[in-house]
Design a protein around this ligand. Sequence first.
Ligand code: SUG
Length: 419
Amino acid sequence: MLSEINFDGIVGPSHNYAGLSLGNLASTRNMGAVSRPRDAALQGLAKMRANLERGLPQGWFMPLPRPDARWLAALGTDMAHADARLRYGAMSASSMWAANAATVSPAPDTADGLCHLTVANLVTMPHRSHEWPDTLAQVRLAFANRAAFAVHVPVPPPFGDEGAANHMRLCAGHDAPGIEVFVYGESGGPFPARQHRVASESVARLHGLDPARTVFAQQSAEAIAAGAFHNDVVAVANERVLFAHELAFADKDGLYAQLRDKLPEIEIVEVPDSAVPLGDAITSYLFNAQLVSLPSGEQALVLPGEARETSSVWSWLEGHVAGNGPIRHLFVHDLRESMANGGGPACLRLRVVADPATVDPRFLASEARIAQVEAVVRAHWPEEIAPDDLARPALWAAAKAARAALLATLGLSELEALA
Ligand code: SUG
């Protein structure tokens, strides 16, 4: 009955490169570049379609209202008067990275047998700090079935929580009790540590996790300083496989020992820095692949094109697949628009292990519905946005109208009233 459903954020019509995320090297590198929102959304939808064709249940989340007039009003301003930084923040399409929407503990892991979701507060980055009220409204709608789900409001500030991007689950099978691993950062380096240990501990308590099956691990300062602003840039887990870079964790030996103790069948696939230097892992997003179990039971990586273009990464992957490693298949997708803001295949999705019949069907994708969404995107999403365009009222109106058209197509116009 339980399966893993990947909920991808549909890339919003205001997708742009304003360079807002310190510590996210791609975001900084592409600051001021011209974005292509239509292509960005179509690239994301093509990934969803391909995963659906691979036999993987697929869901989606809607873009949030942009510009976010309510946020600006709370700051005493509006789009016409806000300074550029606030205007950029109000127009950010960053909710596309659904891995940051919430942390999810599936029913087999929790004391009350419900699937728990805590919406992330994203307090560290101003442009992301105002996502949560609209994300919460959407999550409450998608997972309204109280016999199956419990939805929590975000952990209060100042404890930064960035959701599933810093959370991994290891288990014998998706429907078996899992070991939940919360990865946090310690501040003090050149870039912010976005996930606070207190936030991770709070989420574990709120979800009613068994302390004996819960692990807290520190992300290595070296990884954060090298641009791994979330753990999912350097590690990913699926069922009994942990796939991680050698330099991902502050104390990898301690972590691996705990995991082996709690899940003896674990397979740890560690990529040494000598084979794939940390810098290559981060620019290629090797570990920000979706590690998925195909209907055959074999595991596959859904990778961005940049992984194939990075020779150290591609040689390592080819060697692994040719050998006897647990990852048996490699699927490559062009996600260039999202990648240029530091968002790979795994950033774009939130994994929820649940019975699809318990989810509001408007949040579940099908081949026909993907085609409908593509038509809306082709008709309404801007082709290009330069940062200066974000000051144009015509773009604000176009972004609003485009989202409204999408919501109407999927029967989700009530989200407009919730905003
Ligand atoms: O929070 N980029 C996002 C990318 C998030 C990736 N998510 C995961 N690793 N799970 C971030 O840094 C760029 C915004 C800008 O520069 O306009 C941005 O927000």
